[in-house]
Design a protein around this ligand. Structure first.
Ligand SMILES: C[S@@+](CC[C@H](N)C(=O)[O-])C[C@H]1O[C@@H](n2cnc3c(N)ncnc32)[C@H](O)[C@@H]1O
Ligand code: SF4
Ligand code: SF4
Length: 384
């Protein structure tokens, strides 16, 4: 594919205006503090988990405070819920449990965490005071200046703004135009509060041009990007029919998505900051052709999910699993053999961005050091 430039990309007028916050390199002092934070939250817990290989010591926890959401994305099997969120007692007990296990990365998940903004601010404060790296994914719509200041003061470490298009369209409601003022304020306040912002983009069969435009926009604002590839769930989700959804990548769309991924790989090599490793982007090319081999997913070992009631699941994809994986009161039930049987079935049909990165960077001590160095020298700190 010929190298595309921003001028080849379909125009949306606001994309080409000068960013309110120009891109800037990290000053040396900030790099040092990012490096310390990366060691504290990622490297040391990871090394401890390697040293105590017989104990359950997750490095990264996905923490569901709410399944409810203000949007309805076509690919999302969490959509359409209206159920009570996690209680404050469960949230505190879960953070304490994670702390005892040596985990220091708390990544909110949902649903949309901002449907209960005060809850998320207070929980972030509690976790950040205990030394957790707190990561907040959001569709950004409920975000306003007061919230950005409150969550910044509470000590959030990364805000992952999920947008799939420049302008929204049927089934793809998360778009940058809708949240531009919040986005600009969020980027503007990064230095004041010391968090990172990055764009989280889900690649579907419908948004190839938008993915390019969002990538260029993020680059112009000096922030990183993080890509998912939309995929049907491995188990049934009540109220979600994968057959009714038109965002999975169809055979007729494979070439266009393939070209997009080549373009992303070229941008990655050209220095655009991306959470995804090149290995993950290359795996996407096999995934869309349904030729992904089994890969060594570390869900239920290095990463885990805490559900609304304090029970556990191995990963986002198995949120609705009815098997008993343990909970914060009884402890984990992540039996290695059971996990291995599960992954033999599901991993060829799954390309979880988070777990693929975890698997890639936890394969050796050298790779885990690379992960830390990546955080110290680039402007992102992503986990999704
Ligand atoms: C479930 S959302 C929760 C947080 C927030 N509401 C958001 O949209 O970021 C977290 C991430 O999961 C991704 N996601 C949801 N359904 C997916 C699917 N079927 N395949 C791949 N990624 C998916 C979304 O794009 C989003 O980036
Ligand atoms: S992907 Fe996020 S914003 Fe979209 S419906 Fe799911 S939870 Fe809501
Ligand atoms: S491969 Fe890993 S992340 Fe994907 S569904 Fe299976 S256990 Fe979950």
């Amino acid at each position: 594919m010929a190298t595309q430039t921003a001028t080849d990309i379909p125009r949306t007028s606001f994309l080409f205006r000068k960013p309110a916050v120009p891109a800037a390199g990290l000053p040396p002092l900030r790099r040092t503090s990012q490096f310390r934070r990366a060691c504290r939250s990622w490297l040391f817990p990871y090394l401890r988990s390697r040293l105590a290989a017989n104990e359950f010591r997750p490095v990264l926890s996905f923490f569901y405070t709410d399944l409810n959401c203000n949007l309805s994305c076509s690919y999302c099997y969490s959509r359409g819920r209206n159920i009570p969120g996690m209680s404050w007692e469960t949230a505190c007990a879960a953070v304490e449990w994670l702390e005892r296990q040596g985990c220091r990365v708390l990544a909110y998940m949902g649903g949309e965490p901002l449907v209960r903004k005060p809850f998320v601010v207070e929980l972030t404060r509690l976790a950040a005071e205990k030394g957790f790296f707190v990561y907040l994914p959001t569709n950004g719509i409920l975000m306003d200046r007061d919230f950005i200041d409150a969550i910044g003061e509470a000590g959030v470490a990364a805000v992952n703004l999920a947008v799939d298009a420049m302008d929204g369209y049927a089934g793809i409601p998360k778009n940058l135009k809708r949240i531009l003022p919040q986005f600009e304020y969020l980027v503007q306040q990064e230095k004041r509060y010391g968090y990172h912002t990055f764009l989280n983009i889900n690649i579907t069969g419908k948004n190839v041009d938008d993915v390019m435009a969002l990538t260029e926009t993020a680059h112009r604002y000096g922030i990183a990007t993080d890509y998912h590839i939309s995929e049907p769930p491995p188990i049934d989700y009540e109220g979600f029919d994968p057959g009714e959804t038109d965002v999975w990548i169809r055979e007729s769309q494979v070439d266009a998505v393939d070209e997009l991924i080549d373009w992303l790989i070229a941008k990655n090599r050209a220095g655009y900051t991306m959470v995804n490793s090149i290995a993950h982007l290359e795996a996407m090319k096999r995934f869309i052709r349904r030729k992904l081999p089994r890969w060594p997913c570390r869900a239920g070992r290095v990463s885990m999910v805490i559900r609304l009631d304090g029970s556990f699941a191995p990963c986002f994809e198995y949120y609705a699993s009815e098997e008993d994986w343990g909970d914060i009161r009884r402890g984990p039930r992540f039996d290695e053999e059971r996990l291995e049987r599960l992954k033999a079935r599901c991993s060829p049909g799954c390309l979880s961005t988070c777990n693929f990165q975890v698997s890639h960077y936890s394969q050796s001590w050298l790779r885990s050091l690379q992960w830390v160095a990546k955080h110290a020298y680039s402007q992102f700190f992503g986990v999704s």
